[in-house]
Structures are given as structure tokens and as C-alpha cells.
Design a protein around this ligand. Structure first.
Ligand code: HPA
Length: 280
């Protein structure tokens, strides 16, 4: 069922943007949606016109797919995502990611706003995701497996593509954006963490915490997409500072940091056709 909806959605994408075969799918997190407006020759398709796509309910998530070119590459940008805490299940997320693959993408670039679990990493910093801890208590692959899409027990070793991470390091250095890699912990939400939970996540070895991104990574790896991603730090984790931790603050802080993320993402896309010392 998911597969056929994804094929239908991919056909709609091709119909709206003839001649543009997206190579990189990009999912923009809270407060980061403006990056899609930079796409050249952009065609925007509301999710409501894409069979099986999610209809996000959260402020800061527009709910449209933008086809165009960023950093010279044909991209399909999801402006708005669904979160596990919305309670609608993972079907729409699976359909959307499978549709991006069916439309031509072989890389999925994930972005999100996140809280920092390290005092020295403050708001505005970009953390390239090196690995994740799934604290959602569920997994988007729960349920029958479609072996035409991927294996029942997919590996998540190197889920966050090492070669793509190297490229992000190189581009960051070139652009003068401090490079930092870390582990992203996905927390279900929608309540923010307690100070005790933040202390626990620090002990577990996570650098950032948020309420998204991990399901997308798992679905994408399952169907064979390469995955890269960056978390934009909008606040120190609850209890690590006296600063506010709320959704309005997240949106404002993410918009302020979006310029660096946009430069990094554009540079990354620009470089994709450059050989990477023998690594694809
Ligand atoms: N916790 C969870 N999700 C978030 C945070 C946070 O501190 N900041 C932005 N998204």
C-alpha cells in the first residue's frame, strides 16, 4: 500500500516539475523552512496534492514539497515534517521518503532544531549528526515488512553516512563554520525533557536532543538512501541554563541560525560532484 502511494506521489512530483529529477531529498526542521525559498526555478507542491504525504499540524512546518536547484543540484525539499508525538503513526513519513526515492533521490539530508546537551555548545551552533540514540520507544519499521523496499532487519551501522559527513567537515572548514559532530537523541515529546532526563541523555553520550529526525533516518536507510544531517542548536537542554525552552524560542533561534545551515547545505550540494579522495 505504502509502495503504491509512493509511486503515485512520485508521478505527481514528475508531473509538477517535468525535467527535474531530484538527486537529494532535504527535510527542513522547525524554523528552518525558509531555506526552501532559496531553491532556483522552484515549484512548490502542497502535501495535500501528493498521495499519502503527511499533513503537518505544527506551527513552523509549512507542509509543501519544493522542487528546484540548490547549490547546483536538483533537490526535493520537504518544508514541514510529521513528528511521532503527533500520534498519526509513521505511514505518511514512510510514503514521503519512499516517494523521494522513487522520484530519483539517492541522498536524504535531514535538518532539525535541537537542544544542546553540552554546555560549551550553545544556541546557533550546528551539530552534524554522527549517530543517534532512539529514545522514541518505537520504530517507524514496526509492522509488516515489504521486502521489495528493504530488509526486515536493516543495519544502522554507519547510518549517518561517513563519506557525506567528511564532506560536511571539509565544507564547514572552507566556509569558516565551526565543525562539530555528535550523537542525536530522539525524545518522543511533545513535552520537553525534564532536567533529570537531560542529565540522563548526557550520561548516555548524546550531544543533542530533539523530537524528530531519527524515524526519517531509519526509513531512509531501510530503503537504501544515503543519509546525512545537521541539528541546529536552539537552546541548552532543560536545566543546563536559565534560558527559556519553548516552541516559540525554538522557532526564533532556528531562524537566526538558518543562514549558516543554508551556507553549509549549499556548499555541500555544490561539492557533491567533486571526488572525495576515493570515497563516493
Ligand atoms: N528538546 C527537545 N527538542 C528540542 C529542543 C529541546 O531542548 N530544542 C529544540 N527542539
Amino acid at each position: 500500500m505504502t509502495a503504491s502511494l509512493a509511486v503515485q506521489a512520485a508521478a505527481e512530483i514528475a508531473r509538477h516539475a517535468p525535467g527535474l529529477t531530484p538527486r537529494v531529498g532535504i527535510i527542513l526542521g522547525s524554523g528552518l523552512g525558509g531555506i526552501a525559498d532559496r531553491a532556483e526555478g522552484a515549484v512548490a507542491i502542497p502535501y495535500t496534492e501528493l498521495p499519502g504525504f503527511p499533513v503537518p499540524s505544527v506551527e513552523g512546518h509549512a507542509g509543501r514539497l519544493v522542487l528546484g536547484r540548490l547549490g547546483g543540484q536538483p533537490v526535493a525539499v520537504m518544508q514541514g515534517r510529521v513528528h511521532a508525538y503527533e500520534g498519526a503513526g509513521f505511514g505518511a513519513l514512510r510514503t514521503a521518503i519512499h516517494a523521494l526515492k522513487a522520484a530519483g533521490c539517492d541522498i536524504l539530508f535531514l535538518t532539525c532544531a535541537a537542544g544542546s546537551l553540552r554546555l560549551e555548545v550553545g544556541p546557533g551552533r550546528i551539530v552534524t549528526i554522527a549517530d543517534h540514540i532512539n529514545m522514541l520507544g518505537t520504530n517507524p519499521l514496526v509492522g509488516p515488512n515489504d521486502s521489495a523496499v528493504g530488509p526486515r532487519f536493516p543495519s544502522l551501522q554507519d547510518a549517518w553516512d561517513p563519506a557525506l559527513r567528511r564532506r560536511l567537515a571539509v565544507v564547514s572548514d572552507r566556509l569558516g563554520i565551526p565543525f562539530l559532530e555528535g550523537v542525536y537523541a530522539a525524545y518522543l515529546g511533545p513535552s520537553f525533557e525534564t532536567p533529570a532526563e537531560v542529565r540522563m541523555l548526557r550520561l548516555l553520550g548524546a550531544e543533542a536532543v530533539g523530537m524528530s529526525t531519527v524515524p526519517e533516518c531509519i526509513v531512509a536507510r531501510h530503503c537504501g538512501l544515503r543519509v546525512a544531517g545537521c541539528a541546529v542548536i536552539t537552546n541548552l537542554g532543560v536545566g543546563l541554563s536559565d534560558g527559556p525552552v519553548n516552541h516559540e524560542h525554538t522557532l526564533a533561534a532556528a531562524s537566526a541560525a538558518a543562514a549558516d545551515l543554508e551556507r553549509l547545505l549549499t556548499g555541500f550540494l555544490n561539492d557533491l560532484d567533486t571526488p572525495d579522495e576515493g570515497h563516493p
